[in-house]
Design a binder for this molecule. Structure first.
Ligand SMILES: [Zn+2]
Ligand SMILES: [Zn+2]
Length: 179
């Protein structure tokens, strides 16, 4: 079992029961998102067996690092978030024949054996609370598009107002037209 797998055999066999799990890992692949774990990820979760479902709720505690989308400086973002999921056994999906397959998958997390891998649930819960674009600070001035200097550390000598001579001619023509 990897660190984010839970043995749910006991809870599955006893209706009305509940079980708590604590897991920690130092690894999480955020796929193509530009994030990496900055510290150990801890998950506390409780699963209860209610009727046809296993109801899972839990809390994730970690920190991730990414790069400022303007100046590329590394930024660490603390993550404390709750998650909840209803787990449905694969064979019971047929009980929901009135719903389209896609709808069932959207509503429930489908599992098919006594080992529940919660990696996807954890990854998605974290990505959901992270900003689309991270900034090192709200007023980050970014990098100079010409020389690449980090403008938070001071202005460079580039003249960013200089206009392409061909565009300057067009601007002049437009001016005369408008008169
Ligand atoms: Zn920045
Ligand atoms: Zn510059």
């Amino acid at each position: 079992m990897t660190t984010l797998e839970l043995d749910i055999s006991r809870i599955r066999s006893v209706k009305g029961s509940r079980e708590a799990f604590h897991r920690e890992t130092g690894e999480m692949d955020f796929w193509d998102a530009d994030w990496q774990l900055a510290k150990q990820l801890a998950v506390d979760t409780e699963i209860s067996h209610e009727g046809k479902f296993l109801n899972m709720k839990g809390h994730i505690s970690t920190a991730v690092k990414g790069n400022c989308s303007r100046c590329l400086k590394q930024v660490t973002v603390p993550v404390e978030c709750d998650f909840a999921e209803q787990l449905l056994y694969a064979k019971d999906v047929s009980l929901f024949s009135h719903l389209a397959v896609g709808e069932v998958e959207e509503k429930y997390f489908i599992y098919d054996n006594d080992t529940l891998d919660i990696t996807d649930i954890i990854r998605e819960s974290i990505l959901a609370v992270l900003p689309q674009k991270v900034l090192c600070r709200d007023d980050c001035r970014g990098l100079c598009p010409k020389c690449g200097k980090n403008l938070n550390q001071g202005q460079c000598d580039c003249d960013l107002h200089e206009v392409d001579p061909r565009l300057a001619i067009l601007a002049k023509l437009k001016e005369t037209e408008e008169v």
